[in-house]
Design a binder for this molecule. Structure first.
Ligand SMILES: [Zn+2]
Length: 303
């Protein structure tokens, strides 16, 4: 019943989205090692092979949003200390539990840093996880590597940095955003991607309807000047945010219709529900399959 209500609300919210074509090709994104300066104290660290990391410098040291993978954590420390005005990392945000974001937790936890995450992210990191779609296994983190400052709705640091939960369950059920109001920068983790189709981790709560809801919610936090930092790809803006919300709204509608007609994941892939977007976004098959399965996971009575 609750799901039904939520679906109806979502339907109403995305009404009229179908048929609108996403504008403009996605910009090509070349990764290099040089940090990209976003403001006097804010940098995008570009470490080859790693997800995006946002770093803020201050007299107290460095705050980072996401910490790279375990293999990348040394490079992250080096990059943070090498920034103009850089130094020791005192605060780390985990936008969600995935190892691409939490790989520096152990190192920084041992060094006494504050690790901020939504409570659901901490809970996922306290247990072993195996993804059903590829059998990939993740071991629970030791206590020292788990977030040591969790929250449920929103929070604010003395520096003015604001953060909040994205309760739509877009990528996982622990997604958060971090907002730098003075610099007008918004970090959103894997809730938004600037590079191809997203991964939907339905095993830990994400679903295609959550992407639509989250992209609408994030629009209330952004204006035309806001720099939006996704976990992958280049910096995005409100235009891309709106276009993606429309695109995923269209795809969500189509997948829901297929589900209502009793179709399965392979039939959903064959129905090409993303066809007008594929030239820009790349091969959709894996995404469509997972997005369809995420509907199953979300709507199943046991979930
Ligand atoms: Zn992720």
């Amino acid at each position: 019943m609750a799901n039904q209500t939520r679906r109806q609300l979502l339907k109403a919210a995305i009404g009229g989205a179908a048929g609108i074509i996403i504008g403009g090709p996605l910009r090509a994104f070349a990764q290099d090692a040089a940090p990209q300066k976003l403001s006097d104290d804010l940098y995008l660290l570009r470490i080859p092979g790693e997800a995006n990391i946002l770093a803020q410098t201050s007299a107290a040291g460095v705050l980072i949003v996401d910490g790279g993978s375990p293999a990348g954590s040394d490079a992250v420390m080096k990059a943070a200390s090498g920034l103009p005005g850089g130094g020791k990392i005192h605060t780390l945000f985990n936008t969600h539990w995935h190892p691409e974001q939490t790989g520096s937790n152990e190192l920084l936890g041992k060094a006494g840093a504050t690790i901020i995450a939504h409570e659901n992210t901490r809970l996922w990191l306290t247990q072993d996880i195996t993804w059903p779609w590829n059998g990939k296994h993740f071991k629970r983190y030791p206590k020292i590597a788990q977030p040591n400052k969790t929250f449920y709705t929103t929070g604010k640091l003395d520096s003015g940095v604001f953060y909040g939960y994205i309760p739509d369950a877009a990528h996982t059920d622990g997604d958060l955003y971090v907002q730098f109001p003075k610099q007008n920068v918004l970090a959103v983790g894997d809730v938004m991607t600037g590079q191809g189709w997203p991964d939907i981790d339905y095993w830990t709560g994400g679903w295609i309807g959550g992407i639509v809801g989250a992209l609408q919610r994030l629009q209330t936090l952004a204006d035309a000047e806001t720099k939006i930092v996704p976990a992958r790809g280049p910096i995005l803006g409100l235009t891309e945010l709106k276009a993606q919300a429309e695109m995923y709204g269209t795809i969500y509608d189509r997948l829901s219709q297929l589900l209502n007609r009793g179709r399965g994941p392979s039939e959903a892939v064959a129905a090409k529900p993303t066809k007008e977007f594929d030239a820009q976004m790349g091969n959709p098959d894996e995404f469509v399959r997972r997005a369809f399965e995420s509907l199953w996971a979300y709507l199943s009575p046991d979930a």
